[in-house]
Structure formats: C-alpha cells, structure tokens
Write a new protein. Structure first.
Length: 93
C-alpha cells in the first residue's frame, strides 16, 4: 500500500494533479469474539454491496482490464495497544 501510494503521489506531482484518495479513521470496541466476528461479516457484506452498486467491473470477461481507472480498497481493523490512549479515553478525562 505504501509503495503504491508513494508511486501514485509521485506521478500526480509530475502532472500537477491531486491524488484521488479516501480515508476513514474511527475507534470501536467489541465485548466478545462473537461480536467482532459478526461485525466483520456484516461489514464485508455491506462493502461488497456498495462496490457492486457503484464500481465498474475490474476486468472484462476475456480477463483484459476493463475501462476506467483502477483503485485498491484496503480496510484494516486491529487492537489498539493497551499503552496508547484512545481518542474516546482522552475525551473522558
């Protein structure tokens, strides 16, 4: 991801164009592994539905690249280290 974004940024700068990006940052809590698993399942379903509604096919039926500019979507969810205060913890102080 970092190398692709770095390359996209370099190419955009050479063309004096902005890089089309989207980012989202939030904090959430789970009280159980089952709750976390259900969240992951529903999130994946919803994301795939949004992609199906709004994006063009990535490739043609003959495996050639489809029309349009390709984008990569990366989503991660990981535990916040215990030594780091979260935004919500800091706001509670």
């Amino acid at each position: 991801m970092q190398s692709e974004l770095s390359l996209a940024t370099q190419r955009a700068e050479q063309q004096s164009r902005p890089v089309a990006t989207l980012s989202m940052n939030t904090e959430l809590r789970f009280t159980s592994a089952a709750q976390r698993a259900k969240f992951a399942e529903e999130l994946q379903t919803q994301i795939m539905e949004v992609i199906a509604r709004h994006a063009s096919p990535y490739q043609n039926s003959d495996d050639t690249p489809a029309e349009g500019r390709p984008f990569r979507l990366i989503l991660g969810c990981y535990p916040i280290p215990a030594c780091e205060k979260t935004k919500s913890d800091a706001e509670a102080l």
